[in-house]
Design a protein around this ligand. Structure first.
Ligand code: MEV
Length: 435
């Protein structure tokens, strides 16, 4: 019996020359590393993916299914475990950027990551309360009973070690509609993203909250500012990794920290800095069938928690002059529920990731975000993003001209060095090599 996906680890996520293979060869290699079956691999082909009939059961008014490139980023190591990262994204440079940055951090010992228990927040809005302060205390005093009632709703999740954890009550004496209480139910969703479980639990608690408070419960819904479910990652880039032609490693470190500093002082830059982080996180969320809008909402609201929008990551220099990056952000991801199992490619993407729990997955996501941020800062501060984009664009043009194997790189290099990235020129260069 092959080991279950979740127990598998690729022999190494370092796959030199992976980019030179065809998509079918890459899929076969990843499949072998992660123990995917022929059916799993078939799910990665257009015929094996999400079918219209299935899509029709997922949302309304379906007219078809929508494809995105699914790529695998290499080189990532998190807490000593190698990870192949499935990414669904339309933007060039994202998969290559993550692979490149992960390789640099790998030299420094890889990423370290950690995540809180998967505790989500469910909110209940209580209106028409006459004694706001006392109602708050009555609700807090009923904590044990409220938690017990919330846990009666889903014995399965409680059996898995999850369920209701705490009650918080915040009083807002003035709001546009008068005094208001907002009651929080903290709920451990285990390996689920948790929206369904939390929403069901707050729905169930509402009548008792009304009885205790004497008020009327209106909204009952989770909060996407999942700040009890933070994920963190950090890693070191040895300064030698940042030496390029014309720039020492020390200078490379300085340039990246300078680039980060703009995001610290200026929210206009922080937005783009964080967008680069989310390029990676969203791509993995989409590939694995996770709710990337929820993750986005959590990330940006967390970035603004001080009242000023700030970068989610930090970059500094250690005592030896190496570059050290760190990141912390809410990470409401699941390995069960939602589209994770229903969507055939999402199911296989989770298999490729080989992640064993939502908590471990959250840490990997934080590492992905930090690596993506490093790739962007390095490209911006050390090369100029256009050059990196140009190289990728040139490869695409070379392939469109018919280049295969080693010729893709050779033709692309010629196009970049000539500064002419056009199909006709690629065809002419290719013809020269073919002679
Ligand atoms: C592009 O999708 C993302 C970047 O703009 C991120 C950044 O500027 O840090 C390159």
């Amino acid at each position: 019996m092959p080991a279950r996906w979740e127990e598998r680890v690729p022999p190494s996520s370092r796959l030199p020359g992976f980019y030179k293979l065809t998509p079918t060869q890459r899929a076969a290699l990843v499949g072998e590393a992660m123990g995917l079956s022929a059916d799993d691999l078939a799910a990665l082909t257009p015929d094996g993916g999400l079918q219209v009939a299935q899509a029709d059961t997922m949302i309304e008014n379906v007219v078809g299914v929508y494809g995105l490139p699914l790529g695998i980023a290499t080189n990532l190591t998190v807490n000593g475990r190698d990870v192949l990262v499935p990414m669904a994204v339309e933007e060039p440079s994202v998969v290559a950027g993550l692979s490149y940055a992960a390789r640099m951090v790998r030299v420094g010992g890889g990423f370290h990551a950690d995540a809180d228990e998967p505790v989500m927040i469910g909110q209940m809005q209580v209106l028409d309360v006459s004694d706001l302060a006392a109602a708050r205390l009555r609700l807090l005093a009923a904590r044990a009973d409220l938690l017990e009632r919330a846990n009666a709703v889903d014995p399965v999740i409680v059996g898995l070690g999850g369920g209701a954890r705490d009650i918080e009550v915040r009083a807002f004496p003035s709001s546009p509609v008068g005094p208001m209480l907002v009651v929080h139910l903290l709920y451990d969703a285990r390996d689920a993203m948790g929206a369904n479980a939390v929403n069901t639990a707050v729905e169930a608690l509402a009548p008792e909250v009304e009885r205790i408070s004497g008020g009327r419960v209106a909204l009952r819904i989770l909060s996407n500012l999942a700040d009890r479910r933070l994920a963190r990652a950090w890693g070191v880039v040895p300064k030698e990794e940042l030496a390029i032609e014309g720039l020492t490693g020390d200078q490379g470190v300085r340039r990246i920290i300078e680039a980060y500093a703009v995001a610290v002082v200026d929210s206009y830059r922080a937005a783009t800095h964080n967008k680069g982080i989310m390029n990676g996180i969203d791509a993995v969320a989409i590939a694995t069938g996770n709710d990337w809008r929820a993750i986005e909402a959590g990330a940006h609201s967390y970035a603004a928690r001080s009242g000023r929008y700030a970068p989610l990551s930090a970059w500094e220099r250690d005592a030896d002059g190496n570059l050290v990056g760190s990141i912390e952000l809410p990470m409401a991801v699941g390995t069960v529920g939602g589209a994770t199992k229903a969507h055939p490619q999402a199911r296989v993407a989770l298999g490729i990731l080989g992640t064993r729990s939502a908590r471990e997955f959250a840490g990997i996501m934080a590492a992905v975000g930090l690596a993506q941020n490093l790739a962007a800062l390095r490209a911006l501060a050390m090369e100029g993003i256009q050059r990196g984009h140009m190289a990728l664009h040139a490869r695409q043009v070379a392939m469109a001209a018919g280049a295969t194997g080693d010729l893709v790189e050779r033709v692309a290099e010629r196009l970049v060095s000539e500064g002419v990235i056009r199909l006709d020129r690629a065809q002419a260069v290719l013809a020269e090599y073919d002679e």
